[in-house]
Design a binder for this molecule. Sequence first.
Ligand code: ZN
Length: 498
Amino acid sequence: MQKELQFYKEQRRKILAFRYVDFLTGWDMQTDAATGSIAADSVYQSALNEISYRLSTDPEFERCVETLYKQREALDDVLRHEIEVTRKSVADAKKIPMDEYVAFGELTSRAYPVYVQAKQTSDFELFRPYLEKIVEYCRKRTVWLATDALKGYDVLLDMFEPHYTQEKYDAFFNVLRERLVPFVKQKTAVPAPVPDWAKQKFDVSKQRQFCEYIRDVMCFDKNFGIMKESEHPFTSGMGTDDVRITTHYYENDLVSSIFSVIHETGHATYERQCDPALNLTFCGGGASLGMHESQSRFYENIIGRSRAFWQFHYPVLQKTFAPQLDGVTLDDFMSYVNRVEASFVRTEADELTYPLHIMLRYEIEQKLIDGSLQVKDLPAYWNAKFTEYFGITPPNDAVGVLQDVHWAYGEMGYFPTYALGSAISAQLYHAMSKDFDVEKSLSSGTTGQINQWLGEHVHKYGASKYPDEILRIATGEDFDPDYYVEYLIKKYSNAPRS
Ligand code: ZN
């Protein structure tokens, strides 16, 4: 077995090297590279993808993984889990015919610019033929990758969040449909206008100064990471010692960049607090998309939009922007950052209405994959369902069915992880609150104690266990959406209107 282990580790090192290059080029393209330089990226990227695909489907590697899998009882817990996951991903990669895999890569790279144009001109018909092919490929994927346990849409869901099947998601979204939809309707019945003070221009250099302050409040370690600017904020990195975040400053929006920094440092803290022993393995980084989003949303919404947090930091914000915010009280600010409104665009939605945007996409994806909804009927279906949940109808497809890029990338099954992450964050908050007074800990001026709890109960495991297993260890329970609904109803029942 020693020989196999040695070969496995050598091959793993090479695969990780490709991931490292992928991370660095991706970071560069989104932060520093000039717009005109991006064309070269796709040429090199497809060559790199091909070599990387060959490495992970190499027959010798597959044989080696199979041998190790058979003797897995002799391996330590982390390596055993890693071999189990790797075996599945190698098997999955091999089940997809090489020509189909390559053709799909080409399809999505051609689909992307068409999607962008379709969105800009609000012209669904332009994008429709591409989306039809993407849906067709995703449906084929559900056949290629089907197992005894996973069929249909479950195959796609499992690619983004292992163990969370339609059965689990259905139970989750049913709770939202029954308990949250009526509550949201009630809370959004009266419009919540943006207060006049928030419509001012806010100096970007002052925003940058405050965001750097907030980054320190979150204990982001500058020795192991950097913060830059990009069109859409994101986090990326490799291992625990290179964790990078971005934000985006808008002159006419004071809080957008602040909440982006809090959100992204949530992702970064997760990466940073994984057990360093997991570096250079496939078990480094977060356990899943949903688990990752549970961390970013925990910090952004549960902590970042709480009074306990701003009680301490709002005076600093006021001072940074003096005298602009002199007449704006903490109450005014709290109402503003927690205002609720039925809106068309998911990425701009508030904490309360957000999960309904995901529920809509989940229902649509299910229907596209089982064939009960055709792509040509999608805009009308979207608008009808949207009206049912939000009470407002999208005026065009750009803010309706065309608003998200995920389907153009070929990612179906991804969206539900966003709502799952939010729900998990509420369950973790409940468990954390049993151990210490979360709000009180914020009076120290940082999120240090919270980071420590999450490090100990969630982050240290990295991806060395399945996400549902980590949640069980951290909270002592299986996933339970009631914590989320109760958290939202409690918070927004008493929220003052702005
Ligand atoms: Zn995120």
